[in-house]
Ligand binder design. Structure first.
Ligand code: MF3
Ligand code: CO
Length: 257
């Protein structure tokens, strides 16, 4: 099902997005060498509850994971790229961490992910990976607006990732979002322009380019959730929730002010 939000619902989506953007920035600013992934999960729980919001993850039990997720945020480190299940691990200098979070406020969900390097070092390979997913995300957003088609966004995202030299996996990509986190339409991270659903004002999309340095193959961790690169290489992921408006595309998941 594809949901189209009315103006009042769109205002609520703006509030959810700003809350989520703020939570991710807070988590990033608190994260340092020695931070345990379980602490990040606990902080996330506190920030969600403190805002009167709900987790989209804790009870989520999709076909691609083992049972309910049971945690509040995805923490994916180094070769882990998607759905990283928080576990007892202290971050080291140079770890590449992806925080992926979805919350719901007043019945509207938002979804966003950031990747960054922990500590003071800036390994060139990790910096380039993160930069590629951020540029691909911006290209996808720039291609979005009323009348644009899903294939236009997929093409824009895929062109940036391919030009940066990374293989593209099409098992997981972006998605519609609204009263629930995962909805139609699917937004592949590569595709042909001029194809697919035509975007309309009131549609919310989560765009989420992610890449692995030297493989397009994922392996599932023994925890039943965490998806890792098959070669053990580093990975990155950037995601925003955007709203299609009469004027174009509006990024919802940025901190307010
Ligand atoms: N937020 C993720 C996405 O970007 C989905 C995580 S599902 C979970 O679509 F169950 F792993 F939390
Ligand atoms: Co998503």
């Amino acid at each position: 099902m594809i949901e189209i939000l009315n103006p009042a619902e769109l205002d609520r989506a703006r509030a959810t997005g700003a809350l989520l953007g703020g939570i991710l920035q807070t988590l990033k600013s608190r994260t340092a060498v020695g931070t345990n992934l379980l602490e990040i999960d606990r902080w996330t729980h506190e920030l969600i509850v403190g805002a009167g919001a709900q987790s989209c993850y804790v009870d989520y039990a999709p076909s691609f994971g083992r049972g309910p997720f049971g945690h509040y945020i995805c923490t994916s480190v180094n070769d882990a790229v998607l759905h990283g299940l928080p576990h007892d691990y202290r971050l080291a200098d140079g770890d590449l961490l992806t925080l992926d979070l979805a919350v719901s406020l007043d019945g509207i969900a938002a979804d966003s992910a950031i990747s960054f390097v922990v500590g003071a070092s800036r390994p060139a390979e990790s910096v380039a990976l993160i930069d590629a997913t951020e540029r691909a995300l911006q290209a996808g957003i720039a291609a979005a607006g009323p009348g644009a088609r899903i294939g236009d966004l997929s093409h824009a995202i895929g062109t940036v990732l391919s030009a940066a030299g990374y293989p593209i996996n099409t098992e997981f990509g972006g998605h519609g979002i609204g009263s629930t986190m995962h909805q139609d339409p699917h937004v592949s991270n590569t595709g042909r322009p001029g194809r697919g659903y035509t975007l309309r004002p009131g549609l919310l999309l989560a765009l989420e380019p992610w890449v692995m340095v030297d493989t397009d193959t994922l392996v599932t961790d023994a925890d039943g959730w965490t998806l890792r690169s098959a070669t053990g290489c580093r990975t990155a992921h950037s995601e925003h929730t955007i709203a299609i408006t009469d004027d174009g595309a509006e990024i919802l998941t940025l901190p307010r002010g």
